[in-house]
Design a protein around this ligand. Structure first.
Ligand code: FE2
Length: 133
């Protein structure tokens, strides 16, 4: 499944939506590097490029939630931590087993599903909440 941001994923808060778009771009860069059979160093670099932004985005989003006393902060935090852990596991997997196009497809599908679900289940609710405060 393609990693693609579309209007259905809009949370309604510009800062969050723009960060989600940037995240999707960075995920696609990683997937592309893997699919094009780039070397391990380059793939690891694009993974790091993605990781940095993931951390920045989660931190800023959580900061926004805490500042506004968002009641579902814990649920958000838990999912964010899970995603960071998944990325880490993926990194260890590449280090151990190397790269394959099968792992690129698998990663693409799981990231696409994770983000669609996370945005629709949680970030949308956050967007609605923030618009009311
Ligand atoms: Fe989130």
């Amino acid at each position: 499944m393609e990693i693609k941001w579309d209007q259905n994923l809009a949370v309604g808060v510009d800062k969050i939506d723009n960060q989600h778009k940037e995240l999707f771009d960075r995920m696609n860069k990683l997937i592309l590097a893997m699919k094009e059979g780039k070397g391990k160093t380059e793939v690891m670099d694009t993974l790091k490029f993605l990781e940095d932004y993931v951390v920045k985005h989660f931190n800023e989003e959580e900061e926004l939630q805490k500042r506004n006393n968002y009641p579902k902060y814990e649920t958000q935090h838990k999912e964010h931590e899970e995603f960071k852990m998944d990325l880490n596991n993926f990194k260890s997997m590449i280090e151990k087993e190397g790269l394959s196009s099968a792992s690129a497809i698998k990663l693409q599908n799981s990231m696409s599903l994770w983000w669609r679900k996370h945005i629709k289940d949680l970030d949308m609710d956050l967007g609605k909440f923030l618009m009311k405060v």
